[in-house]
Design a protein around this ligand. Structure first.
Ligand SMILES: [Zn+2]
Length: 219
């Protein structure tokens, strides 16, 4: 059974994982692993933006950097306008090189939807650690969005398990992000909430992975 981890910051992996890199980590990549690379919205006020955008643009030309991310919008962090500008620039890089997006979005789903309406993208989009509601999810699905879930599935006080239950299986992914949890446990929890077997969850996610990333050999 495959336990694809669609978003993690842990570079040591036994399962297939999409390891997230920030511009400064890109020199460390291994040819046998797969990555996403992008400027995180938390970093935009601290970095030399043109320089790091240049790094990202060169990185996405590499075969094993298969997504641009995590990039996005975060209302709880400073300089939203600058975040938006850096997000848009990376979104255009992704569109140019036809790489899917891994998006970090906190309290900014309305703004994200506005951008998606305007940009008319044809690349798949994965919103990692999705924290919106089901109505917004339905809107985002119209723009080709997928939703990834991780340790929040274990938090019964949050709305995440209820939202996850309602999102169509053809739009889901699972992740560990920066949590100290195994991806196998996340799959088990996801199966329990969806009331299917872990094998079925694994098959759905493999098929979603193929839809988003094409024929990448992940074994
Ligand atoms: Zn992350």
């Amino acid at each position: 059974m495959l336990f694809i981890d669609i978003h993690t910051h842990n570079k040591i992996q036994k399962n297939f994982a999409l390891i997230n890199l920030f511009p400064d980590d890109i020199s460390e990549i291994s040819e046998t692993k797969f990555y996403s690379a992008g400027i995180h919205p938390w970093e935009v006020t601290k970095i030399n933006i043109p320089k790091q955008l240049f790094v990202i643009e060169n990185a996405v030309k590499l075969k094993n950097i298969i997504a641009v991310g995590e990039i996005g919008l975060d209302k709880l962090r400073p300089d939203f306008e600058l975040q938006k500008d850096v997000f848009l620039k990376q979104l255009h890089i992704a569109a140019t090189y036809k790489k899917p997006l891994i998006i970090h979005c906190v309290k900014a789903y309305f703004e994200l939807l506005e951008i998606l309406k305007k940009e008319n993208l044809s690349i798949p989009i994965i919103i990692h650690r999705y924290s919106g509601n089901i109505t917004i999810a339905a809107e985002l699905i119209k723009f080709g969005c997928f939703f990834s879930f991780g340790h929040e599935l274990f938090n019964e006080k949050s709305k995440t398990p209820k939202v996850f239950k309602k999102i169509p299986v053809k739009n889901i992914f699972l992740e560990t992000d920066d949590a100290d949890i195994s991806i196998e446990k996340v799959y088990e929890k996801a199966a329990e909430i969806k009331e299917v077997s872990t094998e079925e969850i694994s098959e759905y996610i493999l098929s979603n992975f193929k839809f988003v990333f094409g024929n990448i050999n992940i074994k």
